[in-house]
Structures are given as structure tokens and as C-alpha cells.
Design a protein around this ligand. Structure first.
Ligand SMILES: Nc1ncnc2c1ncn2[C@@H]1O[C@H](COP(=O)(O)OP(=O)(O)OP(=O)(O)O)[C@@H](O)[C@H]1O
Length: 548
């Protein structure tokens, strides 16, 4: 049976036709076979790694030569989970390499307790547990660990101390690599590490220099091969580092997670940092939350928030704990204006808050000043399409800006903000990077400016940009790994299966100072009550593997 409201893409249909034609099942079974492939293909696009099939479907599937329980057929049936071979392999490889890694015991370093005291202070039994210290103790003795926690819980601070502590143990000889899934996330981690290191000068130059602060994207770390989904580094040609730290790990999809772990030397350590309550990756899999659930002894959750307080934190917690009524009350609370409902027309609200940016670019074409204004406010929409989706909001805003003399009828106009949608390592641009198009009067040229990881700006000619889109509004998915001073969150007017608590939580936690929300009470409550359920066999496989 097909799931309600599923629209099958042409790719789903073509795959179903192709496989059914070669399935070898009887004519009367072909309709059911085709339906299963359609559902599997659509599920994949929706982020699931597999679908669950009942017993009679299993016997039908096993009567086809295209289905087996091992890896040499296009479809794999493992228990009641049906996979496309590729995703089954990613899951299996990931489980096998993590299992090998966690079997490796690291002896407790002799001076570990003293070093933990040095970096985290001594832990008195009567005091509440210092989870940062616990995370460090865990990571120092395990070759695979996950440190999770909401924004501002000290993940970066903790990892910096862990790196210093391990370098002390290893006489500064560990080769450490740092990475994040997107350019933006890499840049944020790099900035936090540089700031953190400035506060640790008493460690001495030699130790500080052994802690890297250059962060690369996962793509760049693995070494992309043009026109291919393969990388230069893999199990047979592993990365040379002794230790890898990956931030924003909730954004890593199953395929990438499997490739990253494959590319690590079997003796290398891995620390994943992330917030397991955030949205899972856009692609298939919810690898971080599956791994956290499967490996509690390797997962440390930081619980105390150091940066956030007040209504943004209260709102994020209420949403995360599925307390729709409390969250709505915070939104309506007249005693605070940090988190508020937008009652005006969303496009007018948006236009009003982009005024500072518009006035800035009218005054000058200085890219630094333009970025400073642009980064103060960002619209995050739940959906791509529709009047309240990214496309509708961007179009309506551009139309409004024409009245202010901004030439938005042109593709490239002075002030157009764009977001890159595809990695272009040769050009040094990555999915999620934001550029501002500014008119250079001296050259009589439009140039698009991008921030680099060291904070400097560089121009690129518009014609050279990889796939991109206008970005006054961006999807919440695209905002992962970024922070903005003030965000405006726009939910659609009608219920939509893409709405979820994780989506809203991710959007709220992007804001540093202020959150405005466009939503009816009913849509808001619906969103808070919906939870993303991703079908995957990762937890089952991990359980089986670790209990062998
Ligand atoms: N144990 C601590 N004592 C005092 N301040 C702390 C502690 N841990 C973290 N902080 C402070 O809290 C702030 C947030 O820490 P940090 O950037 O490490 O959090 P994070 O979890 O990495 O945040 P994000 O998810 O937003 O990247 C920083 O200013 C940091 O100095």
C-alpha cells in the first residue's frame, strides 16, 4: 500500500518500472512489487534509509532474483527492512567500522586525572556532575566518542580542552584534523577555536601550536574527485591524521558518515560533536541520533547552557519537550520582546527588517559593511514552495524592493544576496555559503562577495558561481550550522508533513538575540507535536554487532 499524500517523482517511477520489468515475479504480483519499489524510492528521497515490509511482502520479494539478504542484488531484504543496495551497504559498512573502532581499548593514561583537574577543575562527589569533564574523560579513553548538547552547552570549549589534554599526553605529536559538513559550519568552528585558544595562553606556545584551528569541510578533507561521489581518501587510502573531530554531526547523512569513518585509519580516534535534537541531514539517514541511541556508553550529553538564557532558551526547550501550550505562551508573553509572534503581514515585516541592509547598500558598495548589516536579520522558512515558502517570500520581497529603486527585475542587481547550493571545491565555494552581489563602479562590474574562514572577503564573478538562489529567505534546513542575530521563522498556512518539532527547534536555536515567528496557533501546535521518524536499520545493526 502506498502511504497517503506521497507524490512519486519521475525517478521513483522509472526505477519501479525498470526493476519490476526485471524482477521475474508473476504478472499478478508485479503491481505489488512495483508499489514497494515506488515506496522505497520515495522514502529514500524523504530521508529514510529503508522501508518496513510485512511478511507477505517479504515472501513476494524473496521470489524475485533482484532481492537477497546479502549485497549482490539491487534490493536487499534484511529482516523486515527493504533497502536499495547502496544504502544497505552504507549502513553495513558504517556499523562494521564503528564496531571495530569501539572494540579498540585505549589504556587509561597515567596522568589523566591530574590533567582533568588541570583543565576542568577537580570534581567533588558532593557537587553536581561536570558533564564537560565527563566528556573529556570519556574521549581520552575511547577511540570513538560523541559529544552532544544544545547551542552554547560548551561543545567547542570542551573539545578544545580535550585536544590540549591529549596533546599533553602525547607530547604534542598527535596529528589532529578538524572538519564540519558545510563551509559555514567550518568557519564558525574555526572562529570559536581561535577565540578559545586566545583564552588559553597560559598553556604555552608549544602546546597551543599543537592544537590546530584550521577547519575544513568534510568534502575537502576527503578529497573530492571531479564528477564523482567517490573521494580520494577511503579505507585503502586513509587520511593521515591520528584524530578527527567533526562538528555539526547531525547534518551528516548516512552516505557521508560511512565515507568519513571508512577514510579514517583504524587506529585513529574520532570525536563527533553535534546536537542530536536538531534536524537530521537532508539526505538519507539520521546517523547522529541513531549512533547516540545505539552507543550510550560512547555518548556524552552536555546539559548546562552557558551562552543562552531567557526566552530563546525557554522556547527552544519547550519545543524540544513537545510543550506546545507553554511554547505558545512564551510567544504571547507581553513581558518580553525577545521571542514574539509576527502579527503584521510577513512580507511587510521582512521588508521592514531588511531596511538597514537596503539603506547600507544604497549608501555604499563596501562589502564588509554590507555583510555586517545583512547578517543581522535572516528569514527562515519551513518550506521551499508556496506564499510562505522561500520562493514566495523572496519573490514578494524583491517585488517590494523595486519600489525602493532596487533593480530586482535583473538577475544580478546591486544588493542581491545569494546562497550556494552545490559544492565547488575548485572555486572554494560550498553548499550553504552566502554571497552578496555588489556593483563595483570602478570596474563597472557586478561582483559577488563571500566571507572566508579567516573572516576576510573575496569577490567572484557572478557567471562563475555554481548553482545558487536568492536568500533573503532560506529554508530552515539550509540554516543548520549558522547563527544569526535576529531570525524570523515562517511556518506555512496549512499543515504539512514536513513540519516537525526538530525543524522548529533548529530554527529557534539559530537566533542569538531575537526570534519572530509567523504561525497560526493551530499550525504552531501541529508543528511542535510532530516528530521526525526516520526509518533506518542502523540501530538494529549496531545492537546486533555490539552484542555478538
Ligand atoms: N564550563 C564553562 N564555564 C564557563 N563558561 C563556559 C563553560 N563552557 C562553555 N562556556 C562558555 O559558553 C559559551 C558557549 O560555549 P561553546 O561555544 O563551547 O558552546 P557550543 O556548544 O560549542 O555552542 P554552539 O553549539 O553554538 O557552537 C562560550 O562563551 C564559552 O566560553
Amino acid at each position: 500500500m502506498s502511504a497517503p499524500n506521497v507524490v512519486y517523482s519521475r525517478l521513483d517511477q522509472a526505477l519501479a518500472e525498470f526493476l519490476t520489468g526485471r524482477s521475474g515475479v508473476s504478472a499478478e504480483q508485479q503491481t505489488d512489487f512495483r508499489q514497494m519499489v515506488l515506496d522505497l524510492s520515495a522514502a529514500q528521497s524523504a530521508g529514510h534509509s529503508c522501508i518496513t515490509v510485512n511478511e507477505s511482502q517479504q515472501s513476494l520479494l524473496l521470489s524475485s532474483s533482484l532481492v537477497s539478504a546479502s549485497d549482490n542484488t539491487p534490493l536487499i531484504l534484511e529482516g523486515d527492512h527493504l533497502y536499495l543496495q547502496r544504502y544497505w551497504r552504507y549502513e553495513s559498512r558504517l556499523v562494521a567500522s564503528i564496531s571495530k573502532r569501539i572494540e579498540r581499548q585505549i589504556d587509561k593514561p597515567a596522568d589523566l586525572d591530574a590533567l582533568l583537574d588541570k583543565y576542568f577543575g577537580s570534581q567533588n562527589e558532593a557537587e553536581e556532575t561536570d558533564w564537560q569533564r565527563e566528556a573529556a574523560a570519556c574521549s581520552a579513553q575511547q577511540s570513538f566518542s560523541i559529544i552532544t548538547g544544545g547551542p552554547g552547552t560548551g561543545k567547542t570549549t570542551t573539545v578544545l580542552k580535550i585536544l590540549a589534554l591529549l596533546q599533553e599526553i602525547h607530547n604534542g605529536e598527535l596529528s589532529i584534523a578538524l572538519a564540519a559538513p558545510t563551509g559555514k559550519a567550518a568557519m564558525r568552528l574555526q572562529q570559536s577555536l581561535m577565540e578559545g585558544k586566545q583564552g588559553m595562553t597560559d598553556l604555552g606556545d608549544v602546546l597551543l601550536e599543537s592544537i590546530p584551528d584550521k577547519v575544513s569541510t568534510l568534502h575537502r578533507l576527503l578529497g573530492p574527485i571531479n564528477q564523482s561521489t567517490q573521494f580520494r581518501h577511503h579505507a585503502k587510502k586513509p587520511l593521515s591524521c591520528d584524530m578527527l573531530v567533526v562538528d555539526e554531526a547531525s547534518m551528516i547523512d548516512l552516505a557521508m558518515m560511512s565515507k568519513v569513518i571508512d577514510a579514517l585509519h583504524p587506529d585513529a580516534r574520532l570525536i563527533l560533536l553535534g546536537d542530536q535534537d536538531q534536524l537530521a541531514s537532508v539526505e538519507s539517514g539520521a546517523a547522529l541520533s541513531d549512533l547516540c541511541a545505539s552507543l550510550p556508553q560512547h555518548t556524552l550529553q552536555l546539559k548546562k547552557t552557558w551562552r543562552f538564557s531567557g526566552p530563546i532558551k525557554d522556547m527552544a526547550l519547550a519545543v524540544n519537550h513537545c510543550q506546545a501550550k507553554q511554547a505558545w505562551q512564551i510567544l504571547q508573553d507581553p513581558a518580553q520582546d525577545v521571542v514574539s509572534e509576527v502579527v503584521a503581514d510577513p512580507v511587510e515585516h521582512m521588508q521592514a527588517h531588511y531596511q538597514a541592509y537596503i539603506q547600507q547598500i544604497k549608501r555604499s558598495a563596501d562589502p564588509e559593511a554590507a555583510f555586517a548589516e545583512f547578517s543581522k536579520f535572516q528569514v527562515l522558512a519551513a518550506l521551499r514552495q508556496g506564499a510562505h515558502g522561500v520562493e514566495g517570500l523572496n519573490q514578494a520581497l524583491e517585488k517590494g524592493l523595486q519600489g525602493q529603486g532596487i533593480a530586482t527585475h535583473l538577475t544580478w542587481y546591486h544588493g542581491r544576496p545569494v546562497m550556494i547550493n552545490r559544492n565547488d571545491p575548485a572555486l572554494g565555494l560550498f553548499n550553504g555559503d552566502i554571497g552578496l552581489c555588489l556593483y563595483d563602479a570602478e570596474r563597472d562590474q557586478m561582483r559577488v562577495w563571500f566571507e572566508q574562514s579567516d573572516g576576510s572577503l573575496r569577490p567572484v564573478m557572478p557567471g562563475r558561481l555554481p548553482e545558487h538562489q536568492t536568500v533573503y529567505a532560506m529554508t530552515i534546513h539550509k540554516s543548520q550550522g549558522s547563527e544569526f542575530t535576529h531570525v524570523m521563522i515562517v511556518l506555512p498556512a496549512n499543515n504539512n508533513p514536513l513540519l516537525s518539532r526538530e525543524l522548529l527547534y533548529t530554527a529557534i536555536t539559530r537566533a542569538k538575540q531575537k526570534v519572530d515567528i509567523v504561525a497560526s496557533p493551530a499550525i504552531f501546535a501541529y508543528t511542535v507535536n510532530q516528530q521526525v521518524q526516520r526509518q533506518s536499520g542502523l540501530q538494529t545493526k549496531m545492537r546486533l554487532m555490539t552484542h555478538r
